[in-house]
Design a binder for this molecule. Sequence first.
Ligand code: NAD
Length: 496
Amino acid sequence: MARSYPEWQQLATELEIEGRAFIAGEYSAAQDGRSFACINPANGQTLAQIAWCGQREVDTAVQAARQAFESGEWSALAPLARGRILKRFAALIRECSDELSLLETLDVGKPIADTQSVDVAGAAYCVEWFAEAIDKIGGEVAPVDPKLVGLVTREAIGVVAAVVPWNFPILMASWKFGPALAAGNAVIVKPSEKSPLTAIRLAALAKEAGIPDGIFQVLPGAGDTGKMLALHMDVDCIAFTGSTAVGKLIAADAAASNLKRTWLELGGKSPNIILPDCPDIKKAARTAAAAIFYNMGEMCTAGSRVLVHRDIKDSFLAAFKEAAQGWQPGDPLNPDTAMGAIVDRIQYDKVLSYVDKGLNEGATLICGGKATHLEQGLFIEPTAFDCARADLTICREEIFGPVLSVITFDTVEEAIRIANDSEYGLAAAVWTSDLSTAHKVSRALRAGTVWVNCYDEGGDMNFPFGGFKQSGNGRDKSLHAMEKYSELKSTLIKLG
Ligand code: NAD
């Protein structure tokens, strides 16, 4: 049953928050006592002190992961048995949905309606999906010389470190540990220092579900903790979601240490192209608003560049302004709130600095542009700029906040050129009534996901998700994600 605003407020006061690391099946503080404060961005209050893991915790966790992996108690389980345990894990995530949603909302300022329906529900679904998949995929018998039998099989890699961001903490973590655990690996999750709470809580649920000690561990900490994992000689694979800048550091650290398998899901500056034969301008405008204001714009796939044809620009902008009104920030604990708080002061200052850059470089405000303070929280109005040129800073750099850049074009070719003129290639969209145009433009767009006449559709697990160019390599979601967490082995048997 849906909870009311006062009920969520009451539950928030009763919440017990765990802030310790989870290593070898137990919660423990950092040995040197280091910790950092976890702050609610909607009101500035400290929620908990969190263990800041250092080299000792990293080494202990990697050793526990190695032992657990090599014992075979997880990796050598029959896939059906591993799947059953993972399904129990998914069921426990669902049972604890209120608690996990509340932790996520308080930690990062996301609206409670979203943390319940998208983040926590999505994490449970992800774990369940991979649990159900693992006893349905097999290897190959290669068509080799008849005197041989050639088997192609997949084996777990070993110790996988998952270093994840703060914008969808539980969901992005699950997109890594779901397939990695399903494939039989031991996983160490390093949540962002801005959003450690749900990962820490998940660890106890994993244990309750029956995942052996050492197979699922959580090391909270900042970038230094992530770096220790990236450099560790006994970590076999690092799966990262975060900024392109840090992705490059991780790739360099992996290369400088043991060439661990490195998978990077990075930033974006995704174009949303509105062609003159757009089937429904009002719908396109409403969708464009959601594409940039959902999750406070803290979205790797945010439709942060709208490219609109000159002939329909005025009607599009009128409808967009109206739609933006529905995204005024409010208390994340109110189930009616559509847009919550910006995750922390650093990100808040960064977003506002981009608003200043937009104004200084001559962009015209369409709406918003200001901070709003509800009880000293970090809130920013839904903001959009009309940009005379596509090379303004706000048209090129990832802002990761509720700030849209609108660029006008005259021909489809020009729109494609502007859309692809980016170091990123995560997602893109095109709105048209013509089937051939839809196919041609989709093919021309250099992006890992292209939406036609929609945006951000496809919450299901069946589609691979990831980027072209500097938006990363490898794919989360779908069976392709399991490829990242396994090695291919060819076995050739000579017949007597
Ligand atoms: P970030 O790169 O600052 O941090 C991500 C994680 O890396 C955090 O856990 C952080 O502690 C850790 N880290 C920082 N420095 C490190 C280092 N030197 N070595 C190892 N780990 C280190 O990113 P963020 O601010 O948390 O997240 C926002 C970014 O994530 C945006 O660029 C966004 O586009 C991207 N993102 C991408 C996807 C995707 O699937 N492509 C999804 C969500 C977010």
